[in-house]
Design a protein. Sequence first.
Length: 442
Amino acid sequence: MKIEVKPGMSRYRWVVMTLIFVVYTVAHADRANIGFALPYIQEEFHINNTMAGLLVSLFFGGYAVAQIPAGYLTGKIGVRRAYTMGMLFTSLCTGLMGVVDSIIHLKILRTLVGVSEAPVVIGSTVTINNWFPAKEKGTATGLFLAASKCGPLVVPPICAWIILNYDWRHIFLFFALPGAVLAILWYIMVPNHPEQSSHVRQGELDYINETSTAASEKKQARRPFRYCWADKLLRTKKVEELHSSKEVFRCWDIYGAAFGYFFNVGTVGVLMSWLPKYLLQERHMAIMSSAIVAMAPFAGTVAGNVIGGWISDRFFAERRKPFMIISAVCTIITMSLLVHAPEDLTLLSALFFIMGLLLALGYSCYSVYAMGRADKATYPIAYSVINMGGQLGGMVMPLVVGIILDFGSWNAVFASLAGGALLCLLFVLTIVEPLPRGASME
């Protein structure tokens, strides 16, 4: 429903962005909290590392399988309803994990948490695509993905406190509450499109659609696109927008980005789920000390996502591949360094922080890349394919780590993650960097 838009300039899109940030922080806390519960779950249900890895992977399996259906659902019933439903069911399934009586029920609920959360990520990126002009999409997406690392950042101390005062089941009971409240707030505050909001004035609406004088002046003032020698390496060229699902499913660039994202998200999934166990059992840390060190990579990823999105908007003239490449190369290096990780906790924390920072520089570029390849109507499907690839990585790699740990060592784990980053680099090199709309190669 379109309402009468008042004249003047507003900044309500940043209120929406703030709500996205908070919601996605909570959503990622719901998926990351299992890392601290995992050793206690293994002890209670008598499962080995491979089965523990499978438990972690089931979230990403459900999440990955639900991506494309979530894209269609969002297009069918709108972001507002799909998003609200996703958050409510995520909270419900998270809470039920705290009252399970068998490992089978825990596996089923873990899978359903992943399925329920799929409309949240699709809805968040679709909202950014609808509510922000092209020049702010990288920054907004960087903030959105920084929230995904704020969840794992705040989880360790909260979970450590819950474990010390209650038990592992209360982790899931406590974490179920915020999502239900935020689902209601989202339905009240965020319609499908900015023109449907009474809080958005005409000046902001014109700015979002890049039809205002201010938008035109700012577009001229920002760093212009200039084709240079680096664009030959990036394979920058003018390509047609994807206008249908059929075109998306025939486009190698979407698949290439999905394969690259597979290893990017997979590495984060390993850190989120297995790092507490590494610190507690391999490094023999006390639970609060392990919580502090476990925060380090995610503190780095929060900074990396924001910096990466902002720089790709402001200084790379909307090029997205450079940071994809940089992240992959840096992950190869930092994972190789972890094979010979320092004993000193301060140095180890610093290494994890730097690793997270460099890994995250290109993280937001995968979702923004789809914005440059598809029109707004087709974007939910394009991004759902890329994100499905990423979440399949989140499913496979934690399971692979569990298998490695049953037969090998942590050095083998870090070496395998370095190999995955190399494959990520090779896939990213195959995709085209789309020429920004309105730019020329002269």
